[in-house]
Design a protein around this ligand. Structure first.
Ligand SMILES: [Zn+2]
Length: 435
């Protein structure tokens, strides 16, 4: 492994026109006009964006790329998706599951997505998916950080052996305690599942990440209980509420009490924009609710909010390609986060905020940190979202894992330029970014 010098790049935190030097697996220097060491690969950035890798705070690697198996979701609802997953589960073969997960990780790396928190269903006596994803976690370790959440899809208390299986999954090395309180039989059982799971996590010193209130029911308030137990057990900063879609439909007065409680308990929030906008509001006629949680309001209150992809080509969602910029773009639109600062915040939601949720140490482009980064065919985070920019280079621990040629159309129009790259203005064409 040698060294790479990026000349004149913009960083996603606003430092513009700097050089970044990678030496071995670390970032050796950041500053203007750095000298190129002997034999270094020189990359002329010309104002392109060099960002830390994308991070997906919420995914389901056990179900991904299974679209159409054993049939497609006709209604497109969350509940038919869960039923469909129940049909597929007994038919799952470990080898095929591993292969699909590995293929998705290939897609992820090529998109500069180098850290994923994946829930894994533990409501299967065989724990087949758990074993498969533990194997995948080991296999991808050199190029992708995979974190696994023990997820009782059929309900911790509703499904007879879920608690025992969840504990077995943790014993096998699954990293995070999951849950699904809104899917338990009653509100009281949902609250009880939150208490049990938080206590289990506290006992074992593990983080918590629950599917919480993924519902349009404004009275689904398990996030309140999750924040309460987080604080009671001293787990501030280690607990995440995923989805929180019921907050979209809640009474504003109650939300004004709830959001400060979430902030006080330092519970992280994850929205899954592509999935929330397609799965929620399904019982509505018109007007149809969007269903996504209150992202700008949570952020304004100081809550750390990440975005997840949640699903790609599985029982719940037929689309997707591991593109966290697509996720950020949908989040921006659904939440109407259109100011410059809010658009940048949507970029943070798929990078630095989600890295905090995963607890990734040493994340970010700083001297001395691991050389993990993505060179994008865009000049800023906002332009990256607008263009869903091409990942020109993906680097991990100083090694180039992926290169994609710049997106440039060659056009033949009378009296017009010969190429189009959709950039409003740039000092030089992006072709110079490749070596
Ligand atoms: Zn999920």
């Amino acid at each position: 492994m040698g060294s790479i010098l990026f000349r004149h790049v913009n960083l996603s935190d606003g430092r513009n026109g700097v050089d970044v030097l990678i030496d071995g697996d670390r970032i050796a220097a950041i500053g203007p006009g750095l000298a190129a060491p002997e034999g270094a690969e020189l990359v002329q950035g010309d104002g392109l964006l060099l960002a830390p890798p994308f991070v997906d705070a919420h995914f389901h690697l056990d179900a991904t790329l299974s679209y159409g198996l054993p049939r497609v979701n006709q209604s497109g609802t969350l509940l038919e998706g869960i039923a469909l997953w129940g049909e597929l589960k007994p038919q799952l073969a470990q080898e095929a599951l591993v292969e699909r997960a590995l293929q998705y990780c290939d897609w992820a790396v090529a998109r500069g997505l180098l850290a994923i928190r994946s829930h894994v269903d533990v409501c299967d006596e065989r724990l087949l998916a758990v074993e498969a994803l533990l194997h995948v976690r080991q296999k991808v370790r050199p190029y992708l950080d995979l974190q696994l959440v023990a997820f009782p899809q059929d309900g911790l208390l509703r499904s007879p052996k879920a608690l025992a299986n969840l504990k077995r999954a943790l014993d096998l090395g699954v990293d995070v305690v999951g849950g699904i309180p809104h899917f338990e039989r009653t509100m009281a059982e949902g609250a009880e599942s939150v208490r049990l799971l938080c206590e289990l996590a506290a006992e074992r010193g593990l983080p918590v990440d629950m599917h919480c209130d993924e519902s349009d029911d404004p009275l689904s308030r398990h996030i309140e209980t999750l924040a309460f137990h987080t604080q009671r057990l001293g787990m501030q900063g280690r607990v995440t509420g995923s989805h929180l879609t019921s907050m979209h439909s809640m009474d504003n007065y109650y939300a004004s009490k709830l959001i400060p409680l979430i902030a006080e308990a330092q519970v992280h929030a994850v929205a899954n924009p592509l999935i929330n906008i397609t799965l929620q509001g399904r019982h509505d006629s018109y007007p149809k609710r969007r269903g996504m949680t209150r992202v700008p309001e949570l952020m304004a209150a100081g809550v750390n909010v990440g975005f997840g992809h949640d699903c790609v080509m599985d029982p719940w969602y037929a689309l997707g390609s591991a593109d966290m910029l697509e996720v950020a773009q949908m989040g921006l639109h659904v939440a109407q986060m259109t100011s410059q600062a809010q658009m940048r915040a949507c970029f943070d939601a798929v990078t630095v905020n989600s890295a905090r949720i995963l607890g990734l140490a040493d994340y970010g482009i700083e001297v001395g940190r691991p050389a993990d980064m993505v060179l994008l065919q865009a000049s800023s985070p906002v332009e990256a979202i607008r263009l869903r920019a091409t990942r020109l280079m993906v680097v991990r621990r100083g090694a180039v894992l992926s290169r994609t040629p710049p997106a440039i159309a060659h056009v033949q129009l009378p009296g017009r330029p010969e190429t189009v790259d959709w950039a409003l203005q740039r000092a030089a064409p992006p072709t110079r970014a490749s070596r």
